[in-house]
Design a protein around this ligand. Structure first.
Ligand code: PLP
Length: 355
């Protein structure tokens, strides 16, 4: 078997979920498990979170998968239905739906459903990605309040910059959210991980933690460890080849890395077809034998190379951690110019998850 495994620590996920709830006593939390639970495997994560107040997903296909594991759990479709025909299935599954556009709202009103739906009206409080402005939200609240397709009207919005502490847009978004609370909403939800951790005024009734459940930090300047989060995924490979290279020799495609002195190069069983970022530059940290060693040259499809000149005891089969318990995913993401979110969600299907 190819030595590359994503080890998933489900106890870390339940710890991180509990931490989210501790941040907001008395509130409830929808565990965001879209995108295959941020790459960790939707079914095992939902099963591990059997005590969670509920779950949030991006589409009906993901909702179907959650339902097979958690038949009774509260479940929210974050982007609502993509076609009118989907309302029927949403009602059968007992899923809460977001309404973010007039088209979605008209589609719901035109539907004949087996049971009414819990609806979350989405306010575009400033992100300008999805949602109604205040006037449209008030209009749809009035039209939907007595609709037979609706059992409950709730309010939802999403922050654009909650991960940047002190960003004025966050305050503006919170104000716009509070401005519509004169309308009768059953429940309200605003806080993603960053707001769960740092903005108590945004906690409302339902938290929506995503990235923090998986042990990565939403903040550039605060590490997951400092926040008390435990990493859930450790991506581990092995050294599959070793060679001495002399000063002046190059390594990998394009010969883009050149040895400045005689050294030793370890070839590792992980590449961009596994989800390791191809654009990670030379120097990106890789964990080996208790220390960080630098990526050397371009990442290949199935392999990458590291300079292990400082580690004479490295041998074939030595364990390598690309990210995880010993090397925070956020540190690798920073070196590669991306986010922990992207690295975690892009680990490909050919990498076995071991729980
Ligand atoms: C609407 C919505 N709510 C909550 C989340 C969770 O955000 P985070 O992973 O930053 O906690 C997301 C993630 O993209 C989202 O789109």
């Amino acid at each position: 078997m190819r030595p590359l495994v994503a080890h998933i620590d489900l106890a870390a996920i339940t710890h991180n979920y509990a931490l989210a709830r501790q941040c907001a006593p008395g509130r409830q939390a929808l565990a965001v498990v879209k995108a295959d639970a941020y790459g960790h495997g939707l079914e095992p994560v939902v099963a591990a979170l059997s005590d969670a107040d509920g779950f949030a997903v991006a589409c009906l296909e993901e909702a179907e998968r959650v339902r097979r594991v958690a038949s009774q759990a509260r479940l929210l479709l974050l982007e609502g239905c993509f076609a009118v025909a989907e309302y029927q299935r949403a009602a059968e599954l007992g899923v809460d739906v977001v309404l973010h556009s007039a088209e979605q709202a008209e589609g719901l009103l035109a539907s004949v459903l087996p049971a009414p739906l819990r609806v979350w009206l989405k306010l575009d409080s400033g992100m300008h990605r999805l949602g109604f402005d205040e006037a449209a939200l008030r209009h749809w609240h009035a039209r939907l309040q007595a609709a037979s397709q609706v059992s409950e009207l709730n309010l939802i919005s999403h922050f654009a910059c909650a991960d940047e502490r002190g960003n004025s847009l966050t305050e503006l978004q919170l104000e716009r959210f509070l401005d519509v609370l004169d309308l009768p909403f059953a429940q309200r939800s605003l806080a993603n991980s960053a707001a769960v951790l740092m903005i108590p005024a945004a906690h409302m009734d339902w938290l929506r933690p995503g990235i923090m459940l998986y042990g990565a930090s939403p903040f550039a300047e605060l590490s997951a460890g400092e926040l008390g989060l435990r990493p859930a995924m450790s991506l581990r490979a092995e050294v599959i080849a070793l060679r001495e290279v002399q000063a002046g020799e190059t390594v990998g495609y394009g010969g883009s890395w050149q040895a400045t002195h005689d050294t030793r190069i370890a070839t590792v069983s992980c590449g961009y077809a596994d989800g390791y970022p191809r654009h990670a530059p030379t120097g990106t940290p890789v964990w080996l034998q208790g220390q960080r060693v630098p990526l050397a040259g371009r990442v290949s499809m199935d392999m990458l190379c590291v300079d292990v000149g400082v580690l004479p005891s490295v041998q074939l089969g030595s364990e390598v951690e690309l990210w995880g318990q010993r090397l925070p995913v956020d540190e690798v993401a920073r070196a590669a110019g991306t986010l922990g979110y992207e690295l975690l969600t892009r680990v490909t299907a050919r990498v076995p998850r071991r729980y």
